[in-house]
Write a protein that binds this ligand. Structure first.
Ligand code: ATP
Ligand code: MG
Length: 369
């Protein structure tokens, strides 16, 4: 009997509401499968700040490093706009990413057939879309030094950011992309700007080299990131896994997000390096959206991104692929039945609350059994 440990960090705003729905799914598996989940709950963001003046306590941080997977809701809100910078709610997530060394950010863009008309593209372009963007998360221009604004003394200033990538950083992210492609449609597209950036030249070389050394069963293409953006909105189904740097990944994954409709639908995973002994990666799963303070407490939050993030944990941390498929099928079946939270609803749709959506998904899980 497989036992998995989870740390639930609901956070702020709708984070707590959507985490309740994940707990229903976890409980369902505890009662109806041969997996068991050992869950602990902690605090992050404003919720942690209000308790102990930190965006995450040392105790919860230590727990995050210990468990098989962290399930994270969302942080922030107007209540904490004035708290000191280094303990602001977002600092909790940044500390988790840093100490867990989560260098690989996985953002699937899946278009459920029932929602194909919610996309900003034509339904036939997105229906059945299933792509995965693998974004490098701990390097590149967001962290490279120097990073500064200098005074040039003649009434002019200079803003400087530096894009830096070392071989090992490109190698480890491309390995993640190749390994994931093997579990999907076996195709990786690497995106950079080697025509104007040295880091792009190196990126291209290292991905090519990594591919030769152990991954040449996977199909590999290279694309300039600007052309890649264009192709993503022209014919996104040509892609399977896209691997790219921190900055391009940030932009391209937001573009891909809008192919699928609502922000309330999009899950994500952030993975660290495999443990040298157990081979297990540290991992954090969270919805792409934020804490949505504008709708917190109203029962309008869509819990699907959060539940789909848990499905990613089943797939990538626990290797419970069957269970992951099942959760995704339950989501799909619920949508097929016409249930919609407010963010997804059009005229004539049945609008349900956060809790009703969660319960409907659990009911579908049971029905699939
Ligand atoms: P962050 O900076 O944390 O990413 P944000 O201000 O960019 O936050 P969100 O909190 O994600 O954005 O909210 C953006 C909009 O989308 C809001 O109007 C919010 O109500 C809506 N929204 C976000 N998540 C959901 C959800 N799960 N269900 C319904 N609506 C949502
Ligand atoms: Mg945002």
């Amino acid at each position: 009997m497989a036992s998995h440990s989870l740390l639930l960090l609901p956070g702020d705003g709708i984070g707590a509401e959507i985490m309740k729905e994940v707990e229903k799914v976890v409980d369902w598996f505890n009662e109806n499968s041969d997996m068991t989940f050992d869950t602990t709950e902690g605090h992050v963001g404003g919720a942690a700040y209000d308790r102990h003046g930190q965006a995450i306590s040392d105790e919860d941080m230590a727990k995050a490093l210990e468990v098989d997977a962290v399930i994270f809701g969302a942080v922030g809100g107007p209540k904490w706009d004035k708290v000191p910078y280094d303990v602001r709610p977002e600092a909790g997530l940044l500390r988790l990413r840093k100490e867990m060394e989560l260098f690989a950010n996985l953002r699937p863009a899946i278009c459920y057939p029932a929602l194909a008309d919610a996309s900003s593209l034509k339904p036939e372009v997105v229906e059945g879309l299933d792509i995965l963007i693998v974004r490098e998360l701990t390097g590149g221009v967001y962290f490279g030094e120097p990073k500064e604004i200098t005074d040039l003394g003649n009434g002019q200033k200079r803003g400087v950011d530096t894009q830096v990538y070392d071989t090992y950083e490109i190698e480890r992210i491309s390995k993640v992309a190749f390994e994931l492609a093997r579990t999907r449609n076996n195709k990786v597209t690497s995106m950079e700007k080697r025509n104007v950036m040295k880091s792009g030249v190196l990126w291209n070389e290292v991905v090519t080299e990594t591919h030769k050394n152990g991954f040449d069963d996977v199909e590999l293409d290279h694309m300039l990131a600007d052309a890649g953006g264009m192709q993503l909105v022209r014919w996104p189904k040509q892609f399977d896994v896209i691997v790219t740097d921190n900055l391009f990944g940030d932009m391209l994954s937001d573009v891909a997000a809008m192919l699928t409709g609502s922000l309330g639908m999009l899950p994500s995973a952030s993975l660290g390096a495999p443990d040298p002994v157990t081979g297990k990666r540290k991992a954090l799963y969270e919805p792409v959206h934020g804490s949505a303070p504008d709708i917190a407490g109203t029962g309008a939050a869509n819990p699907i991104a959060m539940i789909a993030s848990f499905a990613m944990a089943l797939r990538y941390s626990f290797e419970e692929v069957g269970a992951a498929d099942k959760v995704e099928k339950a989501i799909e079946a619920t949508l097929e039945k016409g249930l919609r939270t407010k963010d997804l609803a059009k005229d004539g749709d049945t609008v349900v609350t956060t809790a009703e959506m969660g319960e409907a998904i659990v009911a579908e899980l049971a029905a699939l059994n």
